[in-house]
Design a protein around this ligand. Structure first.
Ligand SMILES: Cc1ncc(COP(=O)(O)O)c(C=O)c1O
Length: 395
């Protein structure tokens, strides 16, 4: 029996740079001790107070179908949060609660792309982006950012790629690069979106993990409210990756269509999860800062370690739970380096190539193990890189 092209063409076949990740997973399952710096998952679990709120809600009976758009309480809480962060008036009717940020990314593209339209995204990119755009029936077209520009997107490149495009997906703070987009970058992006009449889908799931400067949401820029869809999530801000709770914030008419889409796809998010999310969001910034604190500490340590050597380059580590390291001085590709690192030192990192062509010659290091092991692994990575670079120089 034939399957649809939409599902069979979601992800291209062949080597996509994820081999090293699967190899590391296999080695772990065979009992090898591997230092895992691959995936964006906290090394802490959801806070017991959030679990208590979840338990209480479930025991009080919030286990039936929840309201499809989200509970009034959570929609109001998200609206107030986004309003406080962007200064843009935001109401319950601007918010749809989704099963995580990933479902929000998909729904946002379904909302704005017709089959055959082009959806733009920036390379390097979070692994699911092209498949998400294709899944919505659109053509996923990457726009390169470069290491030379510290992976800040250039408006003229977006403009050049905009023929046939209806949307642009951006992510700041960025996974995989750890870069946050400057106000100037965002203003230029906004200008292109207005000129080219593009929807801006702004993935802000790392908005509580900012190490330098402030998080700027493009929804707050002039004339962007009506063309911006914010994607948010409880996953990273509150270590609730498994709870699958996120949202889209956007213009009321888009949200009302998205509610209809939710009725025909997810049928909402469990009520006890939403109550736990409302509790967590109203617990205040102290909890968010506590959850972000280990990454802030490890990032500071990483800056120190990298400053003491000159083989490995650090892409400005301004936010999110990752470091993007430039290992081109070793003469290796990101993939070659990551494989050799796994074989020689039992450390697993992601090759830059697994996030697109623009991150070739880089590796992404997730800061998701305890401080001492993290510092020691990073030191080993630097030493290994300098050994390879010396060997190359001697050849
Ligand atoms: C950039 C980015 N967007 C979205 C997501 C999806 O997050 P979730 O579906 O857990 O909310 C992730 C997860 O790692 C991510 O890194």
């Amino acid at each position: 029996m034939k399957l649809s092209q939409r599902i069979t063409h979601l992800t291209p076949g062949g080597n996509d740079g994820w081999d090293v990740f699967y190899r590391a997973r296999r080695m772990i399952s065979e009992g090898h001790a591997i230092t895992e710096l691959t995936i964006g998952e906290h090394d802490i679990r959801t806070d017991p107070s959030i679990l208590q709120a979840m338990d209480l809600s479930a025991r009080q009976g919030h286990t039936g179908y929840a309201m499809v758009p989200g509970t009034d309480l959570l929609r109001d809480t998200v609206a107030a949060r986004v309003q406080a962060r962007t200064g843009v008036p935001t109401l319950r009717r601007n918010v749809l609660i989704t099963p995580g940020g990933q479902a929000a990314l998909f729904a946002a593209h379904v909302a704005v792309c017709n089959p055959g339209d082009v959806g733009l995204f920036l390379d390097p990119y979070y692994a699911t982006y092209p498949g998400t755009i294709r899944g919505a029936g659109a053509i996923a077209r990457p726009v390169q950012t470069t290491a030379d520009d510290a992976f800040q997107p250039r408006a003229e490149r977006i403009d050049e790629a905009a023929e046939g495009a209806v949307s642009l997906l951006i992510n700041t703070p960025n996974n995989p690069t750890g870069v946050t987009y400057s106000r100037q970058t965002l203003e230029e992006i906004a200008k292109v979106c207005r000129r080219r009449d593009l929807w801006l889908i702004s993935d802000e799931v790392y908005d509580t993990q900012v190490w330098e400067g402030d998080h700027i949401s493009p929804r707050s820029l002039p004339d962007m409210v009506e063309r911006t869809l914010i994607v948010g999530s409880m996953s990273k801000s509150h270590a609730m990756t498994g709870s699958r709770c996120g949202w889209i914030v956007g213009p009321e008419d888009v949200i009302s269509h998205l509610i209809n889409l939710a009725t025909h796809t997810t049928y909402g998010v469990p009520g006890f999860i939403q109550d736990a999310a409302s509790f967590a969001l109203t617990a205040g910034v102290a909890m968010e800062e506590e959850i972000a604190a280990p990454f802030r500490r490890r990032r500071a340590k990483a800056v120190e370690i990298l400053a003491a050597q000159n083989t490995v380059g650090l892409v400005p580590a301004q936010g999110a739970m990752y470091l993007m390291l430039d290992i081109r001085a070793t003469g290796q590709s990101g993939e070659g380096f990551a494989n050799a690192l796994l074989d020689r030192h039992a450390i697993a990192v992601m090759p830059g190539e697994s996030f697109g062509d623009a991150a070739a010659g880089h590796i992404r290091v997730a800061m998701t193990i305890d401080d001492d092991r993290f510092a020691s692994a990073l030191q080993t990575i630097c030493n290994f890189a300098s050994e390879l670079a010396d060997r190359r120089a001697a050849e």
